[in-house]
Design a protein around this ligand. Structure first.
Ligand SMILES: CCCCCCCCCCCC(=O)SCCNC(=O)CCNC(=O)[C@H](O)C(C)(C)COP(=O)(O)OP(=O)(O)OC[C@H]1O[C@@H](n2cnc3c(N)ncnc32)[C@H](O)[C@@H]1OP(=O)(O)O
Length: 159
């Protein structure tokens, strides 16, 4: 199965505008997501501009990072997939300025659907959030072209 890296090769990071992992998105988080054994993980230190409540990291942003790491678990194993459902549990506030580790692993892989779980811990190991999400496998993910959603098996890369 082909994914974007197979198609775009070295140009991938130039083209990838993902808010979470794109190196070429000026307002993105530029996450560096790593794979190890049966997990996928990243680290992130929230800054003031990532706040929700005073001195607390925004919960939606935390969910974004968990979603991204879970999605990479699949994509990194050659399984392009899109998020269709996600449930997040916020256990403790994440303080601005404190590094977090976000880890994802596979829960269930059945047919077109994969269920993944993620958790977020502080440097001292305290678990501050967790999530479970469902992903539908797609040929190479989806692209929105001209305001229309298409499977990109129909669309060729421009360069
Ligand atoms: C290294 C490179 C890095 C690259 C890394 C890239 C990272 C990715 C980015 C992070 C992830 C994202 O943000 S993804 C962006 C947010 N997500 C999206 O935009 C997805 C929007 N959704 C869709 O476009 C659509 O739902 C699709 C295309 C995914 C699926 O549509 P479809 O093909 O028509 O499929 P559909 O019939 O609806 O569903 C197929 C089957 O799944 C079931 N199903 C559907 N949803 C659910 C659900 N939530 N829970 C249970 N079951 C479900 C249906 O009942 C059906 O069962 P049955 O009838 O077959 O039994």
């Amino acid at each position: 199965m082909q994914n974007y890296q197979d198609v775009y090769g070295d140009k991938w990071q130039e083209i990838n505008k993902c808010f979470a992992c794109g190196r070429n998105n000026p307002i993105g988080l530029k996450l560096d997501i790593k794979h190890k054994d049966d997990i996928c993980y990243t680290t992130f230190t929230p800054k003031t501009e990532h706040s929700g409540w005073l001195n607390v990291m925004h919960g939606g942003l935390l969910s974004t990072i968990m979603d991204e790491v879970m999605a990479h678990w699949l994509w990194g194993r050659g399984i392009p997939a899109m998020t269709v459902e996600m449930t997040t549990r916020y256990l403790k506030p994440v303080p601005i300025g404190e590094p977090i580790v976000v880890t994802a692993r596979l829960q269930l892989d059945r047919g077109r659907m994969a269920t993944l779980e993620a958790d977020v811990t502080l440097a001292d190991g305290t678990q501050v959030a967790r999530a479970v999400a469902k992903y539908i496998k797609t040929e190479r993910g989806l692209q929105i072209e001209s305001g229309r959603s298409v499977t990109d098996t129909e669309a060729e890369p421009e360069e």
